[in-house]
Design a protein around this ligand. Structure first.
Ligand code: M6R
Length: 353
């Protein structure tokens, strides 16, 4: 069942190239330079978009909202448990997108139902055909990741990222040829990361750390949050993710020589330059720095360890960086002998609000 892997989580991490190819299959027309989401043919939407989701799916929704905004769409991500039509303006012109792997998360279903009652158009981005979200929403977009057994969401997060990148082209500016090629190349790049990763050595170096911090900016901010969530749920260790720029507004007080800071820095543009500035602040406090980077910037000068990913645009890089963080969390949990596939107190599908 686990195909030779010790845990479903590790198997599912390694299934990501396949899952992502399935997500893209038949949806990209490179010759024509278009994205074709057959399920969404009936959507004709040019108003605001609100994402509602929980946990890992919320991090994917944050990524999706950022992606839509850069395609010219007004988009925001909300925690489903904090979403309410009394707090957020919703009307017939709003598209509310529930991002939910299972399609059964109570908070997300409630938010979608509220939005529906307010007249919004609803869309489920889900892995589960026939789920409540898929049945109840006006539209469904399937991420096609295949079944995920481990409680920790891994391949479904990557597939959500890709499906939402496709959705951005459907709702906003259409893709350029280069953007389509970039999407097409992600599964192979994930494979490269899986074959070359040194995440296990990083986990061994920091298995006894007091806490783990993750920082990123732009598309890498949700990945920093996701890296921390993966770490806390399967290792039971304290982990937190921050927007890089927020470090100096408080969290820096927690940073010591026993708290490794994982910094996602790709490219050599403004975003990278600013995060490197934050990394320097961390380094000055003697905290170990693990850079998840493509080597395009000089962040490696300040890093104790490097988890390398191929040099690609920030959107693709966020998918690849996340794979490295999944593996670090997995190996720390493995070294600690944790119940990786069924972490304590957690359920795969959360059907109560
Ligand atoms: O099925 P959903 O995507 O709606 O689940 C939402 C969260 O419960 C889920 O993403 C959870 O945070 C992950 N299993 C954590 O790895």
């Amino acid at each position: 069942e686990k195909s030779g892997y010790d845990h479903y989580m590790l198997k599912e991490i390694h299934e990501q190239p396949t899952a992502l190819r399935q997500c893209l299959r038949g949806r990209i027309d490179e010759l024509g330079g278009t994205v074709d989401l057959a399920e969404l043919a009936a959507i004709d939407h040019d108003g605001p978009v609100q994402f509602v989701a929980c946990g890992t799916s919320y991090h994917a929704a944050m990524f999706g909202a950022e992606r839509l905004r850069s395609g010219g769409v007004r988009a925001q991500a909300f925690l489903a448990s904090e979403y309410g039509i009394d707090r957020v303006p919703v009307d017939e012109g709003t598209l509310v997108v529930g991002v939910t792997q299972s399609g059964e998360t109570a908070d997300t279903l409630r938010a979608l139902r509220e939005a529906d009652r307010a007249g919004a158009t609803t869309l489920a981005v889900t892995n589960t055909v026939g789920s409540s979200a898929a049945r109840e929403c006006d539209h469904a977009l399937y991420i096609r990741a295949g079944p995920e057994i481990g409680v920790a969401a891994t391949k479904t997060f990557a597939s959500q990222q890709l499906a939402l990148a496709l959705l951005a082209f459907e709702l906003g500016d259409g893709p350029t040829r280069g953007e389509l090629e970039a999407l097409r190349d992600i599964p192979g790049q994930v494979q490269t990361v899986l074959e070359t990763t040194t995440a296990r050595a990083v986990a061994e170096a920091f298995v006894d750390a007091d806490a783990y911090f993750f920082v990123g900016r732009g598309y890498h901010y949700p990945v920093a949050l996701e890296g921390a969530l993966k770490m806390k749920e399967i290792t039971y260790r304290h982990a937190e993710g921050f927007a890089s720029g927020e470090l100096k507004h408080g969290p820096l007080a927690l940073v010591t020589e026993t708290t490794p800071v994982f910094a996602i820095v790709t490219g050599d543009g403004e975003t990278a330059r600013k995060t490197i500035g934050n990394v320097k602040e961390v380094e000055a406090r003697d905290a170990p720095v693990v850079a998840i980077t493509d080597g395009e910037s000089d962040v490696t000068r300040y890093a104790d360890y490097v988890l390398e990913i191929p040099a690609v645009d920030d959107i693709s890089a966020s998918v690849l960086a996340n794979v490295q963080l999944q593996l670090v969390a997995y190996w720390v949990a493995n070294l600690l002998g944790r119940s990786i596939d069924k972490p304590r107190n957690l359920a795969k599908s959360v059907t109560v609000e």
